[in-house]
Ligand binder design. Structure first.
Ligand SMILES: [Zn+2]
Length: 111
């Protein structure tokens, strides 16, 4: 991996972390406790609770990805970065640009 490619990956990681942090903040507002207030009616309250669990699930996914990205920021400067952790072959740059947190090459991922 060239220095320039590494720099591009770092930029992707930074902007992804920003986007995820923003999304999580937005979702947190949606998952505020559902008010037992009857004003919204029983059906809407069920809806609100259902939506809440969907939102919470996607929030967990975002949080997981955010954690992975934050871990990657600690290793992105190491010379092994961009190499598959299993077979040590380079991971395709195009894949790293989309998912900088991946640590396995396409071959190992399929196995
Ligand atoms: Zn591999």
């Amino acid at each position: 991996m060239t220095q320039e490619e590494r720099q591009q990956i770092i930029e992707v990681i930074k902007s992804d972390i920003n986007k995820l942090t923003q999304k999580i903040t937005e979702l947190k507002e949606f998952t505020a406790p559902v008010s037992p207030d009857d004003a919204i009616g029983r059906i809407s309250r069920m809806d609100a609770i259902n939506n809440k669990s969907i939102t919470e699930a996607s929030m967990r996914n975002l949080q997981t990805r955010l954690d992975q990205l934050q871990k990657i920021t600690q290793v992105v400067h190491e010379k092994d970065f961009g190499l598959c952790i299993k077979c040590h072959k380079p991971i395709a740059f195009e894949r790293l640009k989309i998912r900088p947190e991946i640590r396995l090459c396409a071959g190992c991922l399929q196995r």
